[in-house]
Design a protein around this ligand. Structure first.
Ligand code: CTP
Ligand code: CA
Length: 227
């Protein structure tokens, strides 16, 4: 039975959170990555654990310490992140905050040398697996609630709404990360929660407050009958 304890409403529930960037090696000393501190994802993992959930945090490289009370799995590449997420299934709730690199290259075994008279090396990019889309696929291990994030620099609502449809997740937390908002790498976030029922603009909040508000919404969702 779930949700009987008001201070630990997610006791008996399991959650998977992805966070941070992924690093895709080019050679032993270089990599491709997205910008991501991991702060928002770590805050969500902590808030879920504080609500009583059994939390696995699959994290790309960050400078943050492992959150207390959370099972943290450190990975480097998108393909490693996918494997770690598969291992964390089944779970009730999945929250994908990671800034996963969209492509990888076949890394060179040795450091690529710059040769003055040769043209710069061309990177042959191959697509990475989409972890959120994988988790959203219907099937016996699909979490009851799958939440994605959409960091956009323009047309935030249109892009995030389309992303929700394309990935098949239940909710998208959208935010504007264009330069000037100061959100990227900062301690605050200003998000729009997009669900099947519509969208909610949340005020600019500390990332820990965004996490607590999201977890409160998750608790309400899981306690309400849904098809
Ligand atoms: N995501 C993922 N695996 C990927 C790419 C994205 O799990 N390979 C997840 C992110 O964690 C996030 C959501 O999908 O929750 C949206 O990521 P985003 O990069 O905005 O979406 P993309 O489909 O890659 O679109 P874009 O072209 O805007 O990068
Ligand atoms: Ca992407």
């Amino acid at each position: 039975l779930h949700g009987l304890s008001p201070d630990r409403p997610l006791a008996g529930r399991s959650a998977l959170v992805t966070a941070g960037p992924t690093h895709e090696p080019i050679d032993p000393v270089r990599y491709i990555a997205n910008r991501s501190s991991g702060t928002q994802g770590y805050a969500i993992a902590e808030a879920l654990a504080a609500a009583g959930a059994d939390v696995t945090l699959v994290s790309g490289p960050t400078t943050l310490p492992d959150p207390a009370g959370v099972h943290t799995v450190r990975v480097e590449t998108a393909r490693e992140m996918l494997d770690a997420c598969r291992h964390a299934l089944p779970c009730d709730i999945a929250v994908c905050t990671a800034a996963v690199a969209d492509w990888h290259v076949a890394p060179a075994a040795q450091k690529i040398k710059k040769t003055a008279d040769a043209a710069p090396p061309a990177l042959q990019l191959a697509p990475n697996p989409d972890i959120l889309a994988m988790l959203s696929q219907p099937g016996p291990t699909r979490p009851e609630l799958v939440i994605g994030f959409a960091a956009e620099t323009e047309h935030v609502l249109a892009h995030a709404t389309a992303k929700r449809e394309r990935k098949g997740c239940d909710w998208i937390v959208a935010n504007d990360v264009s330069p000037g908002t100061g959100v990227m790498g900062g301690t605050e976030n200003e998000v729009i929660l997009i669900t099947a029922a519509g969208r909610e603009h949340w005020p600019r909040l500390d990332k820990a407050q965004v996490a607590h508000r999201l977890v409160a919404r998750i608790v309400t969702f899981l306690q309400t009958p849904h098809p």
